[in-house]
Design a protein around this ligand. Structure first.
Ligand code: ADP
Ligand code: MG
Length: 319
């Protein structure tokens, strides 16, 4: 491919005019110039999606554009931060302007929804790979870390669990097209940004669920030095996932990836107020368990039997 073709791709980004007034200089120079509000901390996170590993070859570019940004906004949400800016590094096999236009439609629509400005990036040629870095603000001391959960704190989760995982399983089995509602969760997860901001300074710990409930809960437990008991009867599940669980297959809500819901702990005395505020703001959250002194994660099944998931014992959930 001639470099001039790639110049066309680079040109694609040149026209973006910043919408936010904290962007002194956006795309077009060697660096962007950005103004962090006085008295705020800057929260920064980056995630890469690689073809063949995080998405299949030929995946819908518009959905990819959405997801590449959504998974990053989800990290800001899990920190309780307010999104502001984003940079985008694209490695593209060829100068396919149709692909890029569709990718940027998905990306830009979500960026506009959260008032996030694309302020720079890099474009190179190579196997398809997408790296996004997000930047957000949080009041000092109010960021939601993985450490901070204490025994007795209640464990809560947003949305429903396991939908993306079930959609992926349905796709991979190839026997039938995935349920559209589940596929939506897989392709276009909604980052829980406004919930994260509501939790900032109120939850004792938080994480976004990207690798499955148990795996991500283990991160909170390890960072906070606690264990957990989860009441499986209380897990928020869609009808389709509930049906799989009723048939004894708990892998989707417990170990399925790509949920991008928030998992967080709250001091017992603060739970009622938080539930009321979330209801008022339209956020579906559900208490699913409690943090305890003893290490390990105990799963309490609906029939009352318990199983201990030790750090190396949950691998049997992994497909
Ligand atoms: P340089 O050689 O100085 O790195 P580039 O040609 O890579 O310049 O980029 C020119 C401008 O376009 C820069 O402001 C850069 O941030 C922006 N840019 C390049 N690729 C992207 C991209 N994928 N997304 C957003 N901005 C981009
Ligand atoms: Mg560059």
């Amino acid at each position: 491919m001639a470099e001039s073709e790639f110049d066309l791709i680079r040109q694609f980004f040149a026209d973006a005019t910043p919408a936010r007034d904290d962007v002194s200089l956006g795309i077009g120079d060697d660096c962007a110039l950005l103004q962090v509000p006085v008295g705020k901390e800057l929260a920064v996170s980056m995630d890469t999606l690689v073809e063949g590993r995080h998405f299949v070859a030929g995946a819908d570019p518009e959905a990819l554009g959405h997801k590449a940004l959504a998974v990053n906004l989800s990290d800001l949400a899990a920190m309780g931060a307010e999104p502001a800016w984003v940079t985008l590094a694209l490695t593209l096999p060829n100068a396919d302007t149709g692909w890029l236009a569709a990718f940027m439609r998905g990306f830009s629509r979500l960026a506009a929804e959260y008032d996030v400005d694309l302020v720079g990036g890099d474009t190179t040629r190579g196997p398809l790979s997408i790296t996004v870095q997000v930047h957000g603000f949080v009041a000092p001391g109010s960021a939601l870390r993985r450490a901070g959960a204490r025994p007795g704190d209640r464990l809560l989760v947003s949305g429903t669990l396991g939908d993306a995982s079930l959609a992926l399983a349905q796709l991979q089995s190839g026997s039938s097209a995935p349920d559209p509602a589940l596929q939506q969760q897989l392709d276009r997860p909604a980052p829980r940004v406004t919930l994260g901001r509501l939790l900032a300074g109120r939850a004792s710990a938080a994480i976004d669920i990207s690798d499955g409930l148990i795996g991500d809960l283990r991160h909170i437990c390890a960072a906070s030095g606690v264990g957990a008991r989860i009441d499986l009867a209380r897990l928020p599940l869609s009808d389709a996932v509930r049906q799989a669980c009723d048939n004894g297959d708990w892998r989707h809500p417990l170990a399925g990836g790509d949920d991008y819901e928030l998992l967080f702990s709250v001091a017992k005395a603060k739970v009622a107020d938080l539930l009321a505020d979330c209801r008022k703001a339209g956020h579906a959250i559900q208490e699913i368990g409690v943090l305890v002194d003893e290490q390990g994660i105990v799963l309490v099944y609906p029939d009352g039997h318990e199983s201990l998931e030790t750090p190396d014992g949950f691998d049997h959930f992994r497909s």
